[in-house]
Structures are given as structure tokens and as C-alpha cells.
Design a protein around this ligand. Structure first.
Ligand SMILES: *Cc1c(COP(=O)(O)O)cnc(C)c1O
Length: 455
């Protein structure tokens, strides 16, 4: 299997190469050259463990990795999770179930992809003998999950930019209290968008990114999307085939990576009724799936900070499929979007491919409270967004994207309950090690250069 760019101007790459590079050189995102039809195979996976399903799935894509290597790195990646099912499906009532995706080491769904990506990077370093520098920007959960996936791995340094003072103190501690010497949490002045802009400028310096073997860990990395397909499939395998066809996955959404993965799994033959994009007040995607107009707004801080985005970077992958896998057309659309800030879908079927909803901060609090009152179940502020307007669906599977203990203030205010988790309690007594820098590409490059070692 080869991987091509959504903008059609990159030579097809192997799985390992596409994972290593992250962003395609033409500015596009990597996608499989064709999606396999797995509809016949799925039923044979029933009753298998999560890592086994993951392995069977990845065999179709990671064709340049030996089966035994692939299997062992997948099993190692998921050995760090704290629930035997990894992604348990909890029934709240006859119409609503919750797929809990917070049983990894940093208690957010991003662990499912980043534990695996960390192992893939390590394998790459072992094969080539060349060190890799991983760079990412985070508004909270990605950074912690990426760091945890790469903790102490030899030959891999990890640099994560985050907006100083704008992520929760627990999120900061998850990045800055690891005690590992290959981890560099960089607190930059300004907002997440400032951090993201400088990150792009650093990657834009080809000479620098090649000489330092820079790799992107943001949700644009292809391996992350593929790893996220697995829990949708795993959830479906626990639902009867008949019910599956009436099941809608409801996904708290920011950069659009999570829900896109489910949608791609459905294009590979996983039969479900559909997908619902649940946004917070930063609702560019809700506006798109209602009006067909995708228009940049400004992001404002909300109670669900990991969904506070201006534009959704994975939307380009959706467009690629929605526009008939025509990379040249995507290239034109993206060029136009970057100059005007607007994309209009000219085909209603694109707009109809998912439904959507939006929640304000006040509704998030009310929802956490009402879900607790009704079911005795405590959900985090991101997950809460998914409970909106589910009446029309026969069966909703809500993706619980973070553990409530990551957002104790909001949970306490809404329910009067104290949400805790032992892995977070441990962090509170540890020393914080972070690197405050100006949000400026040259400063960041100089910092990365000053930390170079050989594996
Ligand atoms: C990252 C994140 C999201 C948004 O996921 P996307 O893949 O960016 O749409 C939602 N909830 C939580 C808790 C997250 O960490």
C-alpha cells in the first residue's frame, strides 16, 4: 500500500515514509492511495482483543513493516492502558451508549494513536540510526499524549509548543513533570494560533527541517488517523449487525481527526447509520454541515479547550474524498481557501455526509449536571458537547474523549463531585520543567538546534 498527498503533487510514499514525514512536501496530507474494502473481513474479527483488531487492520496499510514487528509494536503500545477492553462501551440507556476513550496513560483519546506513533518513531530510529526531532503544538491534550508516547525513547527528542497560561495546570503538569531528558515543553507567549503559526514556519524552512529530521506529531499524521479507525471498528464489533445500521457515532470535534477516522472506516465497509460532529462555541464545522459554507472565524476560549480551533486541519482529508479523490481540485480549493478564508460546497451531498451540533459553555455545564442526575455518570466538558439533540437517533454512541478528572473545576461546578485519577494526583508533587520562549520561528529553531544529540 502506498500513500499519496491530498494535493496530488507528491510522489507516493510507503507507510513508514509517510509517517516519518508527517506533512506531504506539497503542503497536503497523506491518505492511502486506495481504501481497502474490509466488509467481508470485519465479521471474522468479532471476539478478538483490541490489539488484535488493530493489528489485522494495520496489516492492510503498514505493508512495509514485517508482520511480526508490526504485531509486537502494536501489542506493546496498548499494554500501557488501564482497562482490559481498552475502549469499553458503556450503556447509559436503550438509546445512548458511551465509548470510553480515556483509558490510556494521559486520559484522553489521543493516547490511542500516540502510543502507537511513539513506537513507530522508535522503530524508525533503530532502523536508520538517525535521531528524530518531533515537533508539535498543543492546546492541551495532544502535547501530553505525544510526550507520553515518546517518553525516554532513545534517539527521539520531543518539542511541544503550548500557549503559556492558557492550558489547564494539570495539562501542563502532564507535559512538564515527566522527568525525562528527551522532553521539551515550550511555553510560548500568545495564543494557540500563534504557536501553530510559528510551528508551520519552522516546518516551512525545508533546510532546517531536513537537517534536524523534524517530524510533525499533530493530527495531520496519517498514522494517527488510521489508529483512530480501530476503536470505531472495535465498538461496532460489540453491537449486533442489525443495531449497527441504526447507530450514529457522536464525536466531540476540534481538528476533525477523530470523526474523520470513523467516517473513513465506514468507507472501508463498516456499516453504520452515520456520524454527528459535536462542536463547542467554536463552530466552524457546525456551520459547514448546516450551510455548506466553511469560513474561518476567530477561536475563543471555552470549557472544552481541546476543541477551541479556528480551522480544522483534517478537513482537507474529508474534502479529498468528498471531491472524488481529485488532488488537483483539492489543491485549487485549498489555495482559494487560504486567500479568501472561505470554501463553499457546491454539492449538497457533501454537506449531508455528516450531521452536526454546537454547544455553548452554559449548555456544557447544564449537560454535565443533567447526565450526572439522570445516569449517575460523570462526563468531561468535551464529551458533554456530544449529548445535544440526540432524540432523532435510534442508537447514539458518544465518544468520551477525556477523563473527567482532567477538568476537575468544571465537573465540580456542574455536579458538586470531585473527579480524581491517581495518575494525575501523582503529578502534583513533581517539579515542573518547562522552557519559556518567544513565539518566533527563529528562536524555536535555535532552541531545537541547541538540544541535538546523537542516538
Ligand atoms: C483533541 C480533542 C478533541 C478534538 O478531537 P479532533 O480529532 O481534533 O476533532 C476532543 N476532545 C478532547 C478531550 C481532545 O483532547
Amino acid at each position: 500500500m502506498k500513500f499519496v498527498s491530498t494535493r496530488a503533487e507528491t510522489e507516493p510514499r510507503s507507510f513508514s515514509e509517510a509517517v516519518k514525514i508527517g506533512l506531504a512536501p506539497d503542503g497536503g496530507l497523506f491518505v492511502p492511495s486506495e481504501l481497502p474494502d474490509l466488509s467481508e473481513e470485519f465479521s471474522a474479527w468479532e471476539g478478538e482483543s483490541y490489539p488484535t483488531v488493530c493489528y489485522r487492520f494495520f496489516k492492510h496499510f503498514a505493508t512495509d513493516i514485517e508482520d511480526s514487528d508490526l504485531e509486537s509494536l502494536i501489542f506493546k503500545a496498548y499494554s500501557t492502558f488501564d482497562n482490559e477492553h481498552l475502549a469499553p462501551l458503556i450503556k447509559l440507556d436503550d438509546r445512548i451508549s458511551v465509548l470510553e476513550l480515556f483509558h490510556g496513560p494521559t486520559l484522553a483519546f489521543k493516547d490511542y494513536a500516540l502510543q502507537l506513533l511513539g513506537r513507530l518513531y522508535e522503530r524508525q530510529v533503530a532502523l536508520t540510526g538517525e535521531a528524530i526531532n518531533v515537533l508539535g503544538a498543543t492546546s492541551g491534550d495532544t502535547g501530553a499524549a505525544a510526550i507520553n508516547g515518546l517518553l525516554g525513547r532513545s534517539g527521539v527528542n520531543i518539542f511541544i509548543l503550548y500557549p503559556d497560561g492558557r492550558i489547564s495546570s494539570l495539562q501542563e503538569r502532564q507535559m512538564a513533570c515527566t522527568g525525562e531528558s528527551n522532553v521539551f515543553p515550550i511555553a510560548v507567549e500568545g495564543s494557540f494560533d500563534d504557536a501553530q503559526r510559528e510551528l508551520k514556519a519552522v516546518f516551512g524552512d525545508r533546510a532546517f527541517s531536513q537537517s534536524t529530521k523534524l517530524s510533525a506529531v499533530n493530527s495531520i499524521n496519517l498514522a494517527r488517523i488510521l489508529a483512530q479507525c480501530v476503536y470505531y471498528i472495535y465498538a461496532c464489533l460489540q453491537i449486533s449487525e442489525e443495531r449497527r445500521e441504526n447507530t450514529v457515532f457522536v464525536v466531540p470535534t476540534g481538528n476533525f481527526g477523530n470523526v474523520l477516522a470513523g467516517w473513513m472506516a465506514s468507507r472501508m465497509g463498516m456499516k453504520v447509520a452515520g456520524f454527528r460532529v459535536a462542536t463547542n462555541q467554536n463552530d466552524i464545522l457546525n456551520r459547514f454541515f448546516n450551510t455548506g459554507e466553511y469560513a474561518v472565524g476567530s477561536a475563543s476560549q471555552s470549557l472544552a479547550p481541546s476543541m477551541d480551533i479556528q480551522v480544522a486541519s483534517n478537513f482537507e482529508r474529508f474534502l479529498y474524498y468528498a471531491l472524488g479523490e481529485d488532488g488537483h481540485r483539492v489543491r485549487g480549493v485549498m489555495a482559494n481557501f487560504s486567500s479568501t478564508g472561505v470554501f463553499r460546497a457546491d454539492d449538497q451531498s457533501i454537506v449531508d455526509s455528516m450531521s452536526s451540533s454546537r454547544m455553548t459553555d452554559a449548555e456544557i455545564c447544564e449537560t454535565i449536571e443533567s447526565v450526572y442526575q439522570k445516569y449517575g455518570y460523570i462526563c468531561d466538558p468535551h464529551t458533554a458537547c456530544a449529548f445535544k439533540d440526540l432524540k432523532a437517533f435510534e442508537h447514539s454512541v458518544i465518544l468520551a474523549t477525556a477523563h473527567p478528572a482532567k477538568f476537575p473545576e468544571t465537573v465540580l461546578e456542574a455536579t458538586g463531585q470531585t473527579a480524581t485519577h491517581r495518575s494525575l494526583e501523582k503529578l502534583k508533587s513533581r517539579e515542573i520543567v518547562k522552557y519559556p520562549l518567544h513565539a518566533d520561528a527563529n528562536t524555536i529553531k535555535a532552541f531545537i538546534e541547541s538540544k541535538q544529540t546523537t542516538p
